[in-house]
Ligand binder design. Sequence first.
Ligand code: NAG
Ligand code: NAG
Ligand code: NAG
Ligand code: NAG
Ligand code: NAG
Ligand code: NAG
Length: 502
Amino acid sequence: MHTHTLSHQYSLLLLPLLLIFFSAPYSKAAYNIPKLSPLFRTVLQDPNTLSTSISEDLETFFYSQTLDHFNYRPESYTTFKQRYVINSKYWGGANENAPIFAYLGAEAPLDDDLTGIGFLNENAPRFKALQVYIEHRFYGKSVPFGSFEEAIKNHSIRGYFNSAQAIADYAKVLMYLKKKLSAQNSPIIVIGGSYGGMLASWFRLKYPHIALGALASSAPILYFDDLTPQNGYYSLVTKDFKEVSENCYKTIKESWSEIDKVASMSNGLSVLSKRFKTCKHLNNSSELKDYLDSMYATAAQYNQPPEYPVTKVCGGIDGASEGSDILGRIFAGVVGYKGNWSCYDTGQYIYPDETNVGWGWQTCSEMVIPIGRGRNDTMFPPSPFDFKQYSDHCKSLYDVPPRPHWVTTYYGGQSIKLVLHRFASNIIFSNGLRDPYSSGGVLEDLSDSLLAIYTVNGSHCLDILPADVSDPQWLIKQRKIEVEIMEGWIKKYYADLLALKK
Ligand SMILES: *[C@@H]1O[C@H](CO)[C@@H](O)[C@H](O)[C@H]1NC(C)=O
Ligand SMILES: *[C@@H]1O[C@H](CO)[C@@H](O)[C@H](O)[C@H]1NC(C)=O
Ligand SMILES: *[C@@H]1O[C@H](CO)[C@@H](O)[C@H](O)[C@H]1NC(C)=O
Ligand SMILES: *[C@@H]1O[C@H](CO)[C@@H](O)[C@H](O)[C@H]1NC(C)=O
Ligand SMILES: *[C@@H]1O[C@H](CO)[C@@H](O)[C@H](O)[C@H]1NC(C)=O
Ligand SMILES: *[C@@H]1O[C@H](CO)[C@@H](O)[C@H](O)[C@H]1NC(C)=O
């Protein structure tokens, strides 16, 4: 993957886009559930990073999907077109019972994943695997009732926009494909990252007759219902910065009150606008603080080699010219990370793309990830997660309150080891411990086939991104371990298949 132009492009994938819904008078952080995307979408749209040779092998199909899998009312039978894409270049075929790798789409259109997720295509030859990529309902070209805008606006239609329906869609597409390809005995391994990683692990638990195993990359399945401390996310962001540079961490920690102090002066917002070279005049200091907050969080979440964005931010802060004050050093951090621009668009988080709008609904209904911060436990200003406020706000947007306990009720999570070690199997929970979302991930083996494969210095979903010549040994090793585990599952499956046929 070409990473040369990453720095300013991070800015295009900001975390707190929920702000579009969660604007004044509330402070942003009370609602900010950072996005769970495996990819820097804008990087992947760079034509240099798209391998045309891969694109040529892809075939797009549309499955006529049922709107509501869990009801028998007439309207439940409505169908919509769901997109899936197949790459059969390396497939050994149905006669060999060759495996199927199924990528479970997450909260975004599928397009970028087709080339942006390297794991399937890179390992397909070794496994002689068929690759199937399936788009999540309501995103991209898989939207019920026409346009996304219409579907998300309509109270009754968006009720069908949830994870249980989504994994049921995946089940139906995969059952259909097996039949169509006469590949009944081909083992399926589902793969997903971030929210898609959660779906992959849940899919294996709910549909063991369809998926032999799952690779759940950076899937924070324990960041629900207070199973993980609320400050898990931002504590890790803080730790990442502190480990790179104590001075950088301290500067950031001190900067918030400094920004407030300047903002409260008579022409303070003009001063801040000038010093941070904002493209538009700042109307308040929270816009600047939100911008910086999401920059630090994004840098930590996507702290990839070889550039390591946290190191770039801190390089700017620590390398600021002699005698710079706190604001000068923070701005040098912005330049270090985003590059040298004529101005910085601090308001850009308000752009409503499909992912931000769709994920906004998902987090306001089912995916309630209580991320908050205490008084002095991170380098950020305090901002506890206040469910009441969160719920009121969701209700004002969507007329329905969120259901914060549903994920743990439906998929589990409490006492996960006690519960899963005796009945579940074949899930890899992969993480990078520098990814703030790893705080809600499974970081210990739950049984001899529910395995936590993590790297100390890894970031969000690194293992499933395309391999690169510059990849560090620890990342190469993580991927190798994952592949070997899958080979073990498949080998055992073939042995069982043979034994049971006799
Ligand atoms: C700060 O200003 C931005 C841009 O005008 C606005 O969207 C936001 O609601 C304001 N926030 C507060 C807390 O006033
Ligand atoms: C919502 O969608 C349903 C199903 O298509 C339709 O019957 C209804 O009129 C829509 N409601 C609005 C407010 O558009
Ligand atoms: C600040 O507010 C003014 C008027 O309320 C508005 O025109 C301007 O776009 C706002 N600035 C930003 C950055 O949103
Ligand atoms: C940033 O660009 C401006 C104008 O292009 C230039 O004057 C300045 O020296 C540059 N700063 C850095 C840190 O490269
Ligand atoms: C905050 O925590 C730091 C280190 O953990 C400690 O040195 C400092 O005194 C604390 N500040 C307050 C106001 O509690
Ligand atoms: C992780 O990175 C740190 C600092 O960059 C380095 O000292 C350490 O050896 C690395 N750990 C591993 C396991 O690679």
